[in-house]
Write a protein that binds this ligand. Structure first.
Ligand SMILES: [Zn+2]
Length: 229
């Protein structure tokens, strides 16, 4: 493997942890999704503390989106249900609309970039290639909902690009148990490594190809309300 092709920084991918999916009051509630909220909060807090960039995909639909032929209307732009739950939303998150030219590479990759998308696979965002180029060849830790739809689509898309993926199995939820089981098998077959929240939030974490997470010598104090993390 050439130096240029070696995976670089660790990046967290937080998939669609939005009110409409995560909470029983949501428009397309993923059953028992709220059970993973403590793990989501821990992962986000760990990212914040160790300055790990977080890409957060956000389902974002027009009121008449064609997807609503398949699903009840959900995550309509501008509605409260489209927002992230507080546990996965940094106060200084940057929202990236799905339009050409919206992405400007940051001087420093820290914090949360919310990537709006109207379909399952967030790599279809018009700026995705530019984001990826700016990150180098990152290695991903993936969590969120729903396992057999957007999580599956994202993991397979990243695997097709030969990017290492670790899937946090206690921080995902399926819409159906059977669908979730099949999706896990498919993702593992595509090369995803199954990990736990506790393993990821550890100074000894190694990803699927043996790359070690290098914790900061002086982790940042989290500047969040303690109710978040
Ligand atoms: Zn949708």
């Amino acid at each position: 493997m050439s130096a240029a092709a070696q995976p670089g920084r660790l990046v967290f991918l937080d998939v669609d942890t939005q009110v409409d999916f995560m909470l029983p009051s949501g428009r397309l509630y993923v059953p028992q999704a709220e059970e993973i909220i403590p793990n989501l909060a821990r992962l986000m807090g760990w990212a914040r503390q160790h300055r790990i960039p977080v890409l957060s995909s956000a389902d974002t639909h027009a009121p008449d989106d064609p997807e609503f032929a398949l699903w009840p209307p959900h995550c309509v732009a501008g509605t409260p249900g489209q927002r992230r739950i507080p546990e996965t939303l940094f106060p200084d998150a940057v929202v990236l609309e799905n339009r050409p030219g919206a992405f400007h590479p940051p001087r420093e990759w820290v914090g949360q970039l919310i990537i709006e998308k109207p379909v399952y696979d967030f790599t279809t965002h018009v700026n995705f290639d530019a984001i990826l180029a700016s990150l180098g060849q990152p290695r991903f830790v993936v969590f969120g909902v729903a396992t057999e739809y957007c999580v599956l689509a994202d993991v397979l898309a990243l695997a097709r690009r030969s990017l290492p993926v670790a899937l946090v199995q206690d921080a995902i939820k399926p819409i159906s148990e059977e669908g979730g089981r099949k999706a896990l098998q498919e993702m593992v077959a595509a090369g995803a490594q199954l990990v736990t929240t506790g393993e990821v939030c550890s100074p000894t974490f190694q990803d699927v190809r043996g790359f070690r997470f290098e914790p900061l010598a002086n982790p940042a104090a989290t500047d969040y309300p303690s109710s978040y993390f």
